[in-house]
Ligand binder design. Structure first.
Ligand SMILES: [Zn+2]
Ligand SMILES: [Zn+2]
Length: 332
């Protein structure tokens, strides 16, 4: 099969013919139709995360079930599916408590095992999630990391209908967080430093848009944010919204974004405002099923730019330079 193979760290993926993976009794072989590109892919390439090469990247794969192992009952050949790419054990204390994103032996596809930048992928069949009928492959892919990460972040942050959420950064994650937060019943304030993204944020459903040093005051004037989700990784941007946080609010920091030495919130403020700083990483299969149900109900779609798999380098270059509006998706 054709695959974009990363042969060693700090080298771009190259198109190679590699064997189609063999599946075990509980696995499915998925014929990949599309796979989103995540900033995490670039960090793996640059040797920032993981060290196991050669590697096929890609943790937003979607496609059609080609073959299933003899013990598989939940899916069958021909099913349209997406891959929940965090493969978990199902047996550790975290999995038992329904917190599979913290599984003791979690393996992210495209990092610890071969991912979706290839014609076929081997997947434990219980990590396949059916796609809603009206959702095409290319638009489905970004739900499997970008959408899931922000949905689980807001859910873990305790967002409830009627609350006000500030979303910092309108990129691959932030642009999905706006309609998802609306679907969760929230009032949405987009925080962006790019004037051209303000209009986009409104089109995506944000009722308010603010930026820069004004953000904290604007938020306070609206009544304050119950929840803030940072997708920007910008220490300054987080700082600028702090004056607009309500008492007992939560600041959600997503794993992988924002590599700061100092925490962005003074500890005195956390105590004084009875705040929570909530970390969040990826999400569970339950989160993903809930998210896809919301997407189907409210017709949520990411804004994507597609590239054939063979043009993976071009896609990565555009993602690296922040030129993609808003999520790059490789198609096969
Ligand atoms: Zn990702
Ligand atoms: Zn586990």
């Amino acid at each position: 099969m054709r695959a974009a193979l990363v042969e060693t760290a700090n080298r771009p993926p190259v198109m190679r013919d590699i064997p189609i993976p063999e599946i075990g009794p509980d696995d499915a072989l998925v014929k990949i139709q599309a796979c989103g590109v995540c900033f995490t892919d670039l960090r793996i390439l640059e040797g920032g995360i993981g060290r196991t090469f050669p590697l096929v990247l890609g943790h937003e794969p979607v496609g059609v079930v080609q073959e299933v192992g003899p013990a598989v009952t939940g899916v069958r050949r021909g099913d349209r599916v997406g891959v929940h790419a965090l493969f978990t054990c199902g047996a550790c204390s975290y999995c038992a408590e329904g917190q599979e994103e913290s599984c003791d032996t979690r393996k992210l596809a495209g990092l610890a095992v071969y991912g979706g930048y290839a014609e076929y992928m081997r997947v434990p069949a219980d990590h396949l999630i059916p796609l809603p009928a009206g959702l095409d492959f290319a638009h489905a892919a970004p739900f499997f990391c970008a959408g899931l990460t922000v949905y689980a972040g807001m859910k873990n942050g305790g967002l409830r209908p009627g609350q006000r959420v500030a979303i910092i950064g309108i990129g691959g994650l932030g642009h999905m967080a706006i309609p998802i937060a609306r679907a969760m019943g929230a009032e949405v304030v987009a925080v962006t430093s790019s004037p051209d993204k303000a209009e986009v944020a409104r089109k995506l459903g944000a009722q308010h848009v603010t930026s820069g040093k004004q953000a904290g005051d604007d938020l306070r004037d609206l009544g304050g944010a119950h929840l803030v989700v940072d997708t920007s990784g910008s220490w300054q941007a987080v700082q600028s919204v702090l004056p607009g946080l309500r008492m007992q609010s939560a600041l959600v920091l997503l794993a992988g974004s924002g590599q700061w030495i100092e925490p962005p919130v003074p500890t005195s403020m956390i105590g004084g405002r009875q705040m929570r700083v909530q970390g969040s990483f990826f999400g569970s299969r339950t989160d993903l099923r809930e998210l896809l149900a919301l997407a189907e109900r409210d017709n949520i779609r990411p804004v994507i730019e597609t590239f054939p798999l063979a043009n993976v380098e071009q896609a990565h270059a555009k993602v690296r330079s922040n030129q993609v509006r808003f999520r790059a998706v490789l198609t096969l």
